[in-house]
Design a protein around this ligand. Structure first.
Ligand code: TXD
Length: 309
C-alpha cells in the first residue's frame, strides 16, 4: 500500500508541496483547505498530470478531514503569509488560532501521523502544535533549517562558482533573521569555508541568508517564498517515509540539549521512520552559544504571548 500524506493549506507552499510529493509517486496525497472547491480544483488538476508523468498515485482535495484519515504524515502550512513590511512575528496570534484548530482535526483523524509544521512564526507554531496534539516530541517537527541552509548553500555556491551539491552547512536557532549559521561546520567538498572565502564575504552572505525570506517577500509583493520551502519539506518527508536517517537541521523540542529546555529550536537532527530519531549536539563557540541563547529568548517571548492569549 502506498503511504498517505495530508497537506493542510492549499496556498502557495501547500499546493507546491502537494505537487512535489505527488510527483514522487510513492505516496497518495490529500490537500485540505478552508476555501471551498479550491483544494479540489488544484488536486484534480494535479491528478490529471498523472498520465503525462506516468504516476498512478492519487491526489485528493477536501474542505474537511475525512479523506485525510489514517495519514502517515501531515504537513501543516495553513495560515496567513507575510506581506511587505510584515515580520514573521506579526502573524503570531492569527496563525496560532489556525494551527491549533488544524492540529486538533488532524490528530482526531490521524493519531499515528508524524506532523511537519511549516506555518510562521515557525518555532512558536510548531511548539503550539506539539502542545495541542499531545503527540510524542519525536513526531512533531518544524521545517525551517533545511530552507535557511538551502539559501545559505545557494549563495555560497554562487560566490565560489562551485556545485551546490558540494556545499554543506548547518544552521541552528530560530527561523530566518534569528538563524545561527555554524561557519566552523560549513564546508565545500570537505574543505572548511574559511579556507575558501574571506571573512567579509562570508559575513555578507550570512546577512543575505538571514534576510533571505524578506528578500523574496519584497520581490513577490503579494506573498512569501514557496518553491524552496516546498523542496525543503519534500526532503524531510522522504527522510521520514523512506527511513533515510538523514542529518538535517529541523525545529525539534529541546530537553536539555544545547543547554535549553522546553523549547522548540532549529538543531541538527537525524530524521527517519520515527521522525526525530535523535538530536545531534555540536560543539559551539562562545559567540554561537550567545546567538543561540538570543534566538531562544526570541522564541520564548512569542510562546509567552501565546500563553496569555
Ligand atoms: O520556512 C518556513 N517554515 C516557511 C513558512 C517558508 C515559507 C512560508 N512559511 C509560512 O507558511 C508562511 O509564513 C505562512 O504562515 C505559511 C503558508 O504560506 P503560503 O505562502 O502557502 O500562504 P498562502 O498562499 O496564503 O496559503 C495559506 C493557505 C490558504 O490557502 C488559506 O486558505 C489556508 O492556508 N488556510 C487554512 N487551511 C485549512 N484550515 C484553516 N483553518 C486555514 N486557514 C487558512
Amino acid at each position: 500500500m502506498r503511504k498517505k500524506v495530508t497537506v493542510v493549506g492549499a496556498g502557495n507552499v501547500g499546493a507546491t508541496t502537494a505537487q512535489r510529493l505527488f510527483e514522487r509517486g510513492y505516496m497518495d496525497v490529500v490537500l485540505v483547505d478552508v476555501v471551498e472547491d479550491m483544494p479540489q480544483g488544484k488536486a484534480l488538476d494535479m491528478q490529471e498530470s498523472g498520465p503525462v508523468l506516468g504516476i498512478d498515485a492519487t491526489v485528493t482535495g477536501a474542505n474537511d478531514y475525512g479523506p485525510s484519515a489514517g495519514s502517515d504524515l501531515v504537513v501543516i502550512t495553513a495560515g496567513i503569509a507575510r506581506k511587505p513590511g510584515m515580520s514573521r512575528d506579526d502573524l503570531l496570534l492569527t496563525n496560532m488560532k489556525i494551527v491549533g484548530e488544524v492540529t486538533q482535526q488532524v490528530v482526531a483523524q490521524s493519531p499515528s501521523a508524524t506532523l511537519i509544521v511549516v506555518s510562521n512564526p515557525l518555532d512558536a507554531m510548531v511548539q503550539h502544535s506539539y502542545a495541542v496534539s499531545k503527540f510524542p516530541k519525536n513526531r512533531v517537527i518544524g521545517m525551517a533549517g533545511v530552507l535557511d541552509t538551502a539559501r545559505f548553500r545557494t549563495f555560497l555556491a554562487q560566490e565560489l562558482k562551485v556545485s551546490v551539491k558540494d556545499v554543506q552547512a548547518y544552521v541552528l536557532g530560530g527561523h530566518g533573521d534569528q538563524m545561527v549559521p555554524l561557519t566552523q561546520y560549513t564546508t565545500v567538498g570537505g574543505v572548511s569555508i574559511s579556507e575558501l572565502l574571506s571573512a567579509e564575504a562570508l559575513e555578507r552572505i550570512i546577512k543575505r541568508t538571514q534576510a533571505g525570506g524578506g528578500e523574496i517577500v519584497a520581490l513577490l509583493k503579494t506573498g512569501s517564498a514557496f518553491y524552496a520551502p516546498s523542496a525543503a519539506i519534500a526532503e524531510m518527508v522522504d527522510a521520514i517515509l523512506l527511513d533515510q536517517q538523514r542529518l538535517l537541521p529541523c525545529a525539534a523540542l529541546l530537553e536539555g540539549e544545547y543547554g535549553l529546555s522546553g523549547i522548540y529550536m532549529g538543531v541538527p537532527v537525524v530524521l527517519g521512520a520515527n521522525g526525530v530519531e535523535r538530536i545531534v549536539e555540536l560543539k559551539l563557540t562562545d559567540a554561537e552559544r550567545t546567538m543561540l541563547n538570543a534566538s531562544a529568548d526570541g522564541v520564548r517571548e512569542l510562546v509567552d504571548i501565546m500563553a496569555k492569549a
